[in-house]
Design a protein around this ligand. Structure first.
Ligand SMILES: [Zn+2]
Length: 280
């Protein structure tokens, strides 16, 4: 085996060993987890719905340490309809809480508020039906607000604090930026952003995609830069793609360059100032 081949293998092994998370952190990248509708139950309700002495059993461990998707599922019933096979997450909690999407809420005929997990006071009602019983949940149904779990080390890296709001930009086939995403810091948290299925569908986002964290500070800085930044594009044909990032900025192109029809539209739509230079 020649030296170059050996070096390549060594590089590959090092790349393999480099923690994925570390690589992600370097680029302000946040892994995104899509939360399907789910139910957290207090132990009293576990037994009421699944039988005396019943406990939740592990089907699959989740990213956040100790959290699991249980084998147990329930039916949710509202005034307009029902949803079957709603997954229960374990372990049992202090409060029973149901997290659904707006689409689910419409199907059920209820109006849950957009809330942070745990804040269920005055939230929506539904009926839960299990194999051994059913119960009317007076409150506890919410639409979960998008949030990011992270450790204190991650928070330090990003220069942000628990409770702060940030934006997250996702470059999916249908690009989308989430605003008012709440930062939740705890020692045991794994870095992960949680959105619901409606939010994922809006951006055609699939499990395993990452987003870019934008703090207000970074956002302000890039805004300040806009007027003074002239971008030069040295191409004979300028397309929409060449221009789509440069909202409100000055773009310098060769004097003999041609713009496609879509590029011309983009110039108007994004308020781009075009300047021509002589060469090219
Ligand atoms: Zn979460």
């Amino acid at each position: 085996m020649n030296e170059q081949a050996i070096m390549q293998i060594v590089d590959d092994v090092i790349a393999e060993l480099l923690p994925k998370k570390q690589a992600a952190l370097r680029h302000n990248e946040i892994p995104i987890g899509i939360s399907a509708r789910h139910i957290h139950l207090k132990q009293e309700h576990v037994e009421h719905l699944f039988g005396k002495g019943a406990t939740l059993t592990v089907q699959k461990w989740l990213t956040q340490p100790g959290q699991f998707a249980a084998n147990e599922t329930l039916q949710m019933v509202g005034p307009k309809g029902s949803v079957t096979n709603v997954r229960v997450l374990g372990p049992a909690r202090m409060l029973t809480q149901v997290e659904i999407s707006h689409t689910d809420a419409v199907a059920l005929g209820i109006q849950p508020p957009l809330r942070e997990s745990g804040e269920i006071q005055g939230s929506a009602s539904c009926t839960l039906v299990g194999p051994k019983g059913s119960l009317v949940l007076q409150e506890g149904v919410i639409i979960a607000q998008a949030h990011i779990h992270m450790s204190p080390t991650d928070a330090q890296h990003f220069g942000i604090q628990n409770g702060q709001y940030v934006s997250v930009r996702v470059r999916s086939p249908r690009p989308i930026t989430f605003e008012q995403v709440k930062i939740r810091v705890a020692d045991h948290y794994q870095l992960e952003m949680h959105i619901d299925t409606d939010e994922a569908n809006a951006g055609l986002i699939q499990q395993g995609v990452t987003g870019t964290l934008i703090t207000d500070k970074i956002e302000e800085k890039s805004l300040d830069k806009r007027p003074s930044t002239a971008i030069e594009i040295n191409k004979k044909i300028i397309t929409e793609n060449d221009l789509s990032l440069y909202q409100g900025r000055t773009v310098v192109i060769p004097k003999n360059a041609r713009l496609t029809a879509l590029a011309t539209e983009t110039v108007t739509k994004l308020g781009i100032e075009l300047q021509f230079h002589e060469k090219g």
